[in-house]
Design a protein around this ligand. Sequence first.
Ligand code: ZN
Length: 468
Amino acid sequence: MVNKMNKPTKFYDDRLKLTAYGAAGEVGKSAFIIEDDKKRILIDAGIQIQPKDALSLGPNGLKKRASELDAVILSHAHVDHSGYLPALWENGYHGKLYMTKPTKDIVQLLWQDHMKIEGERHWTPVGLERATHSIETMMYRKKREVVPGVTIEFFNAGHILGAAMVLIDWDGFKILYTGDINDAQTPLYNGFDMPDGEVDVLITETTNGLRKVQPRAEVNQQLIDEVLDTLDKGHKVIIPSFALGRSQEILTVLGEQITEYPIYVDGMINKMNAITEKYLVKNWVDEDILRRLKREKTYTPFNYSNIIAITRENVNHPQAFRDFIGKSDEPSVIVTTSGMMEPSPLHTHLKFVADDPNNLIAITGYQAEGTMGREILEGAREVTIIPGWKAKPVKIKIKAQIKRFGFSGHTSVEGIKTLVDTVKPKQIYLIHGEMENQNQIAGYISNGVTPKSLVENEFEVLAKFPRN
Ligand SMILES: [Zn+2]
């Protein structure tokens, strides 16, 4: 290139760009690169679980960009944000991976669990180990420079343990990425925290769209009422639950209100409870729960005498113990993985509980298409289960009552509106939600700015930086 003065001018791109590699007009495989001509930062790299037995998908086109990245940030541990990360180190990335301390504990467990499910689908143990060694942990509300000129700061997202909203200061230009946020008062968090000042760009999740989110206190009470009603009549309750987040919320509520009956806790929930117990301090959870624990002179909400963990350490032979409680007439609650009723300890419990119309199966989370949970919710009353490690599949009838409770881990649209009104962004980008939801909420949250839905692999210009 030659200018009028006949001096060669160096080509440069003066734009700050944002590109989605997933979670554009959908939920799953979140991955976003923010870049100018000198530096590139990736936020999140998740996978997308597919219906039925199909293999998960990684972010579209991210692999070939791994070697160009200067820093990687993880908002929270859920696999749709974290499940692809180890692949980066196998494709030329050499830098750091920033996350909160609890996220570090949880994500390592989830990565190992994912290997058991999908093997080396996206990455190998080598990538896992290199990713693990590259982790740098941060507290909420503490700034850190991750690349010269780029500072990040985490805010409590109120979503799951350690989840963060990420504020990026790029040479003075401020970008706020919500990750997954919840505005509800839940048993462990009191809604999301947010930056004090204004931002230039907001990139926000839209999972719930305009769907009305039922107040959490109401949902908790409904669950307690239904569970107690079933127990008082002498029957059993199964609560299929996600190991991370929902289980701790439910146990925190059940443990406080149900004292007369055993509450069995099965599956990976027990490991997640143990991690959660490490972080029951002011930095990571709401003060309400800490006040309650102090009042009750205990250090954890998961350790009442009627809460019984079905682990090898606790019951010696978990499978025999499941059979034992299944065959016993004692009314009890079983909180167990999998949240979507896929093969897991839940199936063994179902074998004993499902065929009695007096028992209750309480659905407490989202049931994805193609899962057994969705099948049952849609009316299937005969399903195939795998009742134990290496057991043969068997068909069972579902005669127990099926009830669904309106829990949500994501913010209401009012929560997004409050965020927009507070941080007053000049540009708003919508991610992590179905297109029809995004189109509906765009007008509602706009605040004079027209929100735009990101499109996979198409970049948006966030700013232009004049250069000399
Ligand atoms: Zn999440």
